[in-house]
Design a protein around this ligand. Structure first.
Ligand SMILES: Nc1nc2c(ncn2[C@@H]2O[C@H](COP(=O)(O)OP(=O)(O)OP(=O)(O)O)[C@@H](O)[C@H]2O)c(=O)[nH]1
Ligand SMILES: [Mg+2]
Length: 318
């Protein structure tokens, strides 16, 4: 800014959830709440023109500052000091209570649009969603439209594929958006060739990215049951999926780092020894058709229960 002492503060607006860190360095701020701000670089000291100042004033100002410049006609001004410079990385981690995950085309965006006012792109090809979409979920729909007891934000994420944690498909980049979520909803296309395996692929990708994700309460939505192929095998699929995992496997490591905000990956050698079966089972497996509005109420009920569970979890201990 070149306005001398009157230079205005430069404020750069960023989305809620932006993490500000020095380039390849420490985190300066996590702007997770509306209105959060951080001062990253102070402006410089404004200069003063002494060109037209009377002699006595000029003498005084020059005595105060060693930082003086003369122009060709020997007139004088005091230099300003440059402002600070800083190189930053801004990383967006959306702020959402619930994260929707699944293979491409499973129906995640359709689900979001079925239960919130969000209108994400939906299409019959993979990787329709490239950036997370957010929607606001109200409390209890039986209370009537928009009459909600407690709300939650849902994030619809791009589709995951096997190897995503290594950079395949859209890569692992967007998996960081799950970091702040408390509950995960797996959306599985129940009419696909091998839904159980597809489900395991996604779970495994989450594990490889951050095993803590697997400790969060989660609900599995077996979607597209309006299609006969899905309907016929719904109960056997539900049975198989609900048996992957353990019932009471809150061992000493589990759930401690629920909302671990570290930036590094969370693998320990113990995590590497673990398999999907060593992590908790789904809280519920629900057959639904988010397109045809089948099973929506039950799904919402389960999501709410999962959210309540983790708010209990978060109460301060004795
Ligand atoms: N028959 C049927 N089709 C569905 C259902 N839900 C979604 N679809 C269709 O499946 C296709 C993919 O839906 P999307 O919601 O875009 O899927 P997505 O999981 O968001 O896909 P990506 O963004 O690529 O990861 C669309 O053609 C939807 O109309 C459903 O319940 N039944
Ligand atoms: Mg999508």
């Amino acid at each position: 800014m070149h306005n001398g002492s009157a230079g205005e503060t430069l404020r750069i607006p960023v989305p809620v959830g932006t993490v500000v860190r020095r380039k390849k360095g420490s985190v300066l701020a996590d702007l997770a709440h509306p209105g959060d701000e951080v001062l990253v670089a102070r402006g410089g000291q404004g200069g003063i023109s002494l060109i037209d100042a009377p002699d006595y004033k000029r003498g005084k100002a020059m005595a105060l500052s060693p930082n003086v410049m003369r122009d060709v006609t020997d007139k004088v001004l005091t230099h300003g000091q440059p402002g600070e410079e800083i190189s930053l990385e801004l990383i967006l981690r959306v702020v959402a209570d619930v994260g929707l995950v699944g293979l491409p085309n499973a129906g995640k965006s359709t689900l979001l649009s079925a239960i919130t006012l969000a209108r994400p792109d939906i299409a019959d090809y993979p990787f329709t969603t490239l950036m997370p979409n957010l929607g606001r979920l109200g409390g209890d729909p039986t209370l009537g439209a928009l009459q909600f007891s407690s709300g939650a934000t849902l994030a619809d994420l791009p589709g995951l594929i096997e190897g995503a944690h290594l950079g395949k498909g859209l890569g692992r980049n967007f998996l960081r958006h799950l970091r702040r979520t408390r509950v995960i909803v797996h959306v599985v296309d129940a009419a696909a060739d091998d839904p159980v395996n597809n489900y395991k692929i996604v779970r495994e990708e989450l594990r490889m990215y951050n095993p803590k994700y697997l400790e969060r309460p989660y609900v599995v939505v077996l979607n597209k049951i309006d299609l006969p192929k899905a309907q016929d095998r719904l109960s056997s699929l539900a049975l198989e999926i609900s048996s992957v995992g353990c019932g009471e496997c809150h061992d000493k490591n589990a759930s401690k780092g629920k909302l671990n905000e570290n930036f590094n990956r969370h693998h320990t050698s113990e995590d590497d020894d673990k398999e999907l079966g060593d992590y908790p089972r789904p809280q519920a497996v629900i057959g639904a058709s988010v397109l045809r509005h089948i099973g929506i109420d039950e799904m919402l009920k389960e999501i709410r229960t999962a959210l309540e569970k983790c708010s209990d979890h978060m109460l301060p201990g004795p």
